[in-house]
Design a binder for this molecule. Structure first.
Ligand code: TMP
Length: 211
């Protein structure tokens, strides 16, 4: 495919959305055409799935297997409706989360079968593999502090945010494990600094991909 596919990953409140925005602005200033997407959601079908996964009252009864398949369904739609066509047109696509989230949250966090998740991720991604993934790495204690400072409209708290610290320790370790296994693709970015510092760290890494 002609375009470039870049993804952002990390635990809660690690600053992904801010850094996606900053990277998109910077790339556009360089004259690149960029499409920013996020998961779960973005498409109409994905947004309905996001609501069900993260905010619906019924979600309290959701089983891990159901959760896995709904995240996968949202991504399957996003890839075919948006990401793949954009890459075929030569755009840079920047996604706030992609299949590594499923590996660590549902596989390592929830304890579902990692071999099955690998097969599912490949099926869902339909050949769209990120060329760079920025892992915004943040300790669980700092992440919790940042979450508490977030201002959210009533009812918009996300069901996953209230999982235990042990769960998020597993998520963090899972991400670092993926980065160790795929050092060319996954770059670990220390997300504990200021927004400007994190932006610079990402920019240094992306420069190599653009040239
Ligand atoms: P967000 O807070 O980055 O919008 O992500 C929503 C939540 O969904 C976050 O807690 C991570 C979780 N998630 C998964 O558990 N599995 C997935 O595959 C994806 C994309 C997100």
């Amino acid at each position: 495919m002609a375009g470039l596919f870049v993804t952002f990953e990390g635990g809660e409140a690690c600053g992904k959305s801010t850094q996606v925005r900053r990277l998109v602005n910077r790339l556009e200033k360089r004259g690149r055409t960029v499409l920013a997407v996020h998961e779960p959601g973005f498409t109409e079908i994905g947004s309905a799935i996001r609501q069900l996964l993260l905010h619906a009252r019924a979600a309290d009864a959701m089983r891990s297997e159901t959760e896995l398949l709904l995240f996968a369904a949202s991504r399957a739609q996003l890839v075919r409706e948006t990401i793949r066509p954009a890459l075929e047109q030569g755009l840079i696509v920047v996604s706030d989360r992609f299949y590594d989230s499923t590996t660590v949250y549902q596989g390592i966090g929830r304890g579902l079968d990692l071999t099955f998740i690998k097969v599912l991720n490949e099926f869902v991604a339909g050949g769209c593999k990120p060329c760079r993934t920025f892992l915004l790495d943040l300790g669980v204690a700092i992440s919790r502090m940042r979450q508490l400072r977030r201002v959210r409209p009533a009812g918009q708290q996300d069901r996953m945010e209230w999982l235990s610290d042990e769960f998020f320790e597993r998520v963090r370790r899972g991400y670092l494990e993926i980065a160790r296994a795929e050092p060319e693709r996954v770059k670990i970015i220390d997300a504990s600094g200021s927004e400007d510092q994190v932006e610079e760290r990402i920019w240094t890494e992306i420069d190599g991909v653009l040239s």
